[in-house]
Design a protein around this ligand. Structure first.
Ligand SMILES: Cc1ncc(COP(=O)(O)O)c(C=O)c1O
Length: 400
């Protein structure tokens, strides 16, 4: 049976593909170190698991309102008030099946055929496909390494056409871990306001910042910006709840209501049990601070792995401020090793040294690789040793 045109160009996400390949090798008995994961390696905190069990015991296992249970929406509203001094009403919030579905639904309700969405690159792998699935056109703007991969207002201005509908800002970023400053956000926000472009602010890594930099949402910077912004967030990364599939979006009422109507036909509602689990994550946050512990561990790993990586010949790296990824430039190492593409270098590294990294090509940056440090410090140190051995031994082979 021939498939619909809209899925012809669709491929499996490159991050999922590398994790599957690493798992295959592991299952075959190899000692593989997988650094492809996009999820915290911590268990979901116990009190959240208990809340889910209670929800099941209490019979909270039925359909919920499509936009999410009211108590969870209220908790999300409180979170925005407390963390960012942003006020939203119930009809400006939707709880979704992961942040991924919030983005998917947003593009579906926003875009007509050919509408353009500006995506700064390097970007999270799913943005372009999600835009295309909604008949939109991704327009990539390169964040340069010398500007910490961030795009400037001039670059944004130059990318705007009469078809531009939205700009995605992902800060802290997957895959680079860099963050926009207040000033930079203000400049981008002004351009969006001027051209009536919606700002999609993906803040899923908001809680995972390892410097003294404060997380800032463009929506916080003025009431006008807030009205022009949809914020995407969720508990997947902040509370080690990737499998529970709870995300959310807040923004202008007409957009959120359209997303809610779409969800009513597409998913009905996110899992009721997961919603009550997420509710407890927010309600008990004051007493049980599991995020701080997780951050402490991530921060140590980041610093260790960063130092080990930049010590390898031909590898340079912009030091991330948040998320749990490093995004080094390995083009020179790949060249030194006789590979014409980083993709080939990554494949050979997996075959020979059994270290799984994600090639940057899937993030729109083919000279780079993404390493996730959501794994033990021992594994990270061993992975760095193997990468160094690989780079050095291949450089020698090439010279001889
Ligand atoms: C930048 C970014 N946005 C959104 C998501 C989706 O999060 P969720 O697992 O809640 O769907 C991810 C997950 O990897 C991500 O990295």
């Amino acid at each position: 049976m021939e498939l619909a045109n809209r899925v012809q160009a669709l491929t499996q996400s490159s991050t999922i593909a590398i994790s599957s390949k690493a798992k295959e090798l592991k299952d075959a008995g190899y000692d593989v170190i997988g650094l492809g994961f996009g999820e915290p390696d911590f268990n979901t905190p116990e009190h959240i698991i208990e809340a889910a069990k209670d929800a099941m015991d209490d019979g909270l296992t039925k359909y919920t309102p499509s936009g999410g249970v009211v108590d969870l929406k209220k908790a999300i509203i409180q979170k925005f008030k407390k963390d960012q001094n942003l006020s939203y009403t119930l009809d400006e919030v939707i709880v979704t099946t992961g942040a991924k579905y919030a983005l998917y639904a947003l593009f579906q309700v926003l875009l007509n055929e050919g509408d353009e969405v500006i995506i700064p690159s390097p970007y999270w792998v799913s943005y372009p496909d999600q835009v295309m699935l909604a008949s939109g056109k991704p327009v990539f703007v390169s964040g340069l390494e010398k500007n910490d991969f961030k795009i400037t207002e001039e670059q944004l201005e130059n990318a705007i056409t009469p078809k531009t509908k939205a700009l995605i800002i992902n800060s802290p970023s997957n895959p680079t871990g860099v963050m926009y400053t207040k000033d930079e956000l203000k400049k981008l926000g002004r351009v969006c306001l001027e051209h009536d472009i919606l700002i999609i602010s993906d803040e899923i890594y908001e809680k995972l910042i390892y410097t003294n930099d404060e997380h800032i949402s463009v929506a916080q910077l003025s009431d006008k910006f807030k009205k022009q912004t949809v914020i995407i967030n969720g508990v997947s990364k902040s509370h080690a709840m990737t499998g529970w599939r709870i995300g959310y979006a807040v923004g202008p009422n007409n957009i959120i209501q359209a997303m809610t109507n779409l969800a009513s036909h597409a998913t009905s509602n996110p899992s009721s049990i997961s919603q009550y689990a997420a509710l407890s994550a927010y309600e008990q946050e004051e007493e049980i601070d599991t995020i701080a512990e997780m951050k402490d561990v991530f921060s140590k790993r980041l610093n260790t792995l960063y130092d080990l990586l930049v010590d390898i010949p031909g590898i340079t790296c912009v030091k991330p401020k948040g998320a749990f990824y490093l995004f080094p430039n390995v083009k020179e190492a790949a060249n030194l090793n006789g590979f014409t593409s980083v993709d080939d270098w990554v494949r050979a590294l997996l075959e020979e040294e059994k270290v799984a990294l994600v090639p940057g090509s899937g993030f729109g940056a083919p000279d780079y690789v993404r390493l996730s440090y959501a794994t033990s410090l021992d594994s990270l140190e061993e992975a760095a040793r193997r990468v160094k051995r690989f780079v050095i031994s291949h450089s020698l082979t090439k010279k001889s």
